[in-house]
Ligand binder design. Structure first.
Ligand code: TYM
Length: 344
């Protein structure tokens, strides 16, 4: 019997993730992604980028895009990312991402991309009018991750399918080019109550930058009054909070608010219920508003401070891009040699 176990990746652990500069950041981005970045940088070599090449898969005003990129960088810094620890850079400043994405376009199969639910959601009824980039977007995401041979990818739940595709591409590349263990099979870091923050207006819909109602989300730039008002107006049911997670799961809006409370306070939902079971939203919402304001105000203040000094942000992004390119160009050189390109 032959041993069919694939040779596993033996390189060092590395974290990589990114956020698109395509609109105001909200609480879902913060709890699903940003807070995890800041935590992980103390444990593992961490690369965090601004996904501006992903952002242009839908129209972005050229006059605003660089400013939006600085805003995401400011949010990273404000939520605790330290450029002395983590490598922070704009995706478009490392052109090797696009080079590897092309090669991966030739590894990934159409059938794999046809299954991607995010393309179906984003293209809606007008698939034929979507950009080709929107369709092949998850392949660029695989290149973002694998170019750094990242092993861990902190993301919200909505990115799970893209991570599965990344693993499929890594596995097929390793197999087709007889390079066992060349790319790692990266693991998504999704767990925790912040992984899927829902709209404040509809417990069945994800909190999203593109929701028409600003009341559906808490933006990182909202002031204390706006945060409190949005929580006060959040949709709920008339019943008191239950004492079990099973009962909570049957009430999506209540479940979401308890999840937000847990994620903001670094607790589990069970711990929050242990304190608030039997209480109505008249008690729970003001407590949640206080917690949200005290957790988010320092972040939005720090973001404003960083944005007052765009030259410093540009310096950090430029230095990060140089560091990132060192790693990325090495991987692309190795990949080109494996593929058999002339001169590689
Ligand atoms: P983006 O810009 O849509 O979102 C950034 C991060 O925020 C998370 N997120 C949420 N988490 C919890 N609840 C929510 N309601 C919520 N909404 C968004 C997302 O899961 C994500 O982690 N394709 C990515 C960007 C990207 C990327 C990558 C990420 C490009 N290349 C490589 C990781 C690795 C995206 O569009 O994220």
């Amino acid at each position: 019997m032959t041993d069919q176990t694939p040779v596993s990746y033996a390189g060092p652990e590395r974290v990589l993730s990114g956020v698109q500069p395509s609109g105001a950041l909200h609480l879902g981005n913060y709890l699903g992604a940003l807070v995890k970045f800041a935590r992980l940088q103390h444990e593992i070599d961490t690369f965090i980028f601004v996904a501006d090449m992903h952002a242009i898969t839908v129209w972005q005003d050229p006059a605003l895009l660089a400013g939006q990129t600085r805003e995401i960088a400011a949010a990273y810094l404000a939520s605790g990312l330290d450029p002395a620890k983590a490598t922070i850079f704009p995706q478009s400043a490392v052109p090797e991402h696009a080079e590897l994405a092309w090669i991966f376009n030739c590894v990934a199969r159409l059938g794999w991309l046809d299954r991607m639910t995010q393309f179906k959601e984003k293209s809606g009824k007008h698939k034929e009018r979507s950009s080709v980039g929107l369709y092949t977007y998850p392949v660029l995401q695989a290149a973002d991750i694998l170019i750094y041979k990242a092993t861990k990818v902190p993301v919200g739940e909505d990115q799970k399918q893209h991570l599965e595709l990344t693993r499929d591409i890594a596995q097929k590349f390793n197999h087709d080019f007889e390079a066992p263990g060349f790319f790692p099979l990266p693991e998504p870091l999704i767990q925790g109550p912040g992984a899927r923050i829902m709209s404040l207006r509809d417990g069945q819909a994800k909190m999203s930058k593109s929701d028409a109602s600003d009341l559906s989300r808490i933006n990182l730039t909202d002031d204390a009054d706006a945060i409190a008002a949005k929580i006060r107006k959040a949709r709920t049911d008339p019943e008191a909070l239950p004492d079990t997670l099973e009962a909570l799961a049957l009430r999506p809006e209540a479940d979401n608010l308890v999840g937000i409370f847990a994620a903001l306070g670094g607790e589990s939902k069970a711990e929050v219920l242990a304190r608030f079971a039997g209480q109505g939203f008249g008690v729970f919402k003001p407590a949640l508003a206080d917690l949200a304001v005290s957790a988010l105000s320092p972040v939005s203040e720090a973001m404003r401070r960083y944005l007052d000094d765009p030259a410093e942000i540009d310096r950090i992004l430029g230095a990060g891009a140089l560091k990132a390119r060192e790693v990325a160009s090495q991987t692309v050189a190795e990949v080109k040699a494996r593929v058999g390109f002339w001169g590689a």
